[in-house]
Design a protein around this ligand. Structure first.
Ligand code: SAM
Length: 224
């Protein structure tokens, strides 16, 4: 790890991370998450980009993997070695059942900055970084940059919204989310050391009425 990276990680350590309620909310949501978001064409397209752009057998991190559906399963079925990480033990139980060939770890994504999982060829981070306060997101992206081999790929999705650590009702729970408008998101990923290889956005109306409609942003990124 270079001196510059170490300074970034020191900054991360000073943030005073507050995860209260986030894991408990997802433990209680369980597979209702997949019922609320039944159509995942945008996520599947972004997953296909990652799966096809890397040679079979590549090592891919599925960050905030949730139930493992659809992404860990899609990547595993494409012949990649998938490591799923999530902060919710309940989501991981579902993921282990849904994707038996993948490996799953219970961890806060911030803890991966110690390099405990080694280096990856690709990372999928679908609707995971939006669970962080904005102050943390650049550090998390920088960490993902450093977990990737040079030229490695990151498939990232976020919801387009100008909010920071904003509490929303979600399937009978309260979760806190952050987002950016697309121009700012592009800037944040480029500042973290990624090139944008592709981009997609789509309007999404969840099946459940207590989850608001959203604009989903998908960025296909390469470690510069
Ligand atoms: C909105 S869900 C997305 C799940 C999955 N990536 C998908 O797109 O279907 C966010 C997931 O991130 C997990 N999560 C939230 N904060 C996390 C953290 N700090 N570290 C690891 N996982 C986290 C939640 O438990 C949840 O499973």
């Amino acid at each position: 790890m270079s001196g510059d990276d170490q300074r970034d990680y020191d900054g991360y350590a000073r943030l005073g991370l507050d995860r209260s309620g986030q894991a408990e909310a997802f433990d209680s949501i369980g597979d209702r998450y997949d019922e609320a978001f039944p159509h995942k064409e945008g996520q599947l397209d972004a997953g296909s980009w990652l799966a096809d752009a890397l040679p079979p057998g590549s090592r891919i991190l599925d960050l905030g993997c949730g139930t493992g559906l659809p992404t860990a399963l899609q990547l595993s079925d494409a012949g990649h070695q998938v490591v799923g990480v999530d902060i919710s033990p309940g989501m991981l139980d579902l993921a282990r059942g849904n994707v038996p060939k993948a490996e799953f770890r219970l961890a806060d994504l911030a803890d991966l900055r110690d390099g405990r999982l080694g280096v990856f060829d690709g990372v999928a981070a679908f609707f995971a970084l939006l669970m962080l306060p904005r102050a943390e997101i650049p550090h998390a992206l920088r960490m993902l940059h450093d977990l990737l081999r040079p030229g490695g790929l990151l498939a990232l999705s976020m919801v387009e919204a100008d909010v920071d650590d904003f509490a929303i009702p979600f399937l009978g729970n309260t979760i806190r989310v952050s987002g950016y408008l697309r121009e700012e998101l592009r800037q944040v990923v480029c500042e973290a050391g990624f090139e944008i290889a592709g981009e997609n956005s789509l309007a999404y109306a969840p099946a459940s009425t207590d989850v608001p409609p959203e604009i989903q942003l998908f960025l296909n990124l390469r470690r510069a």
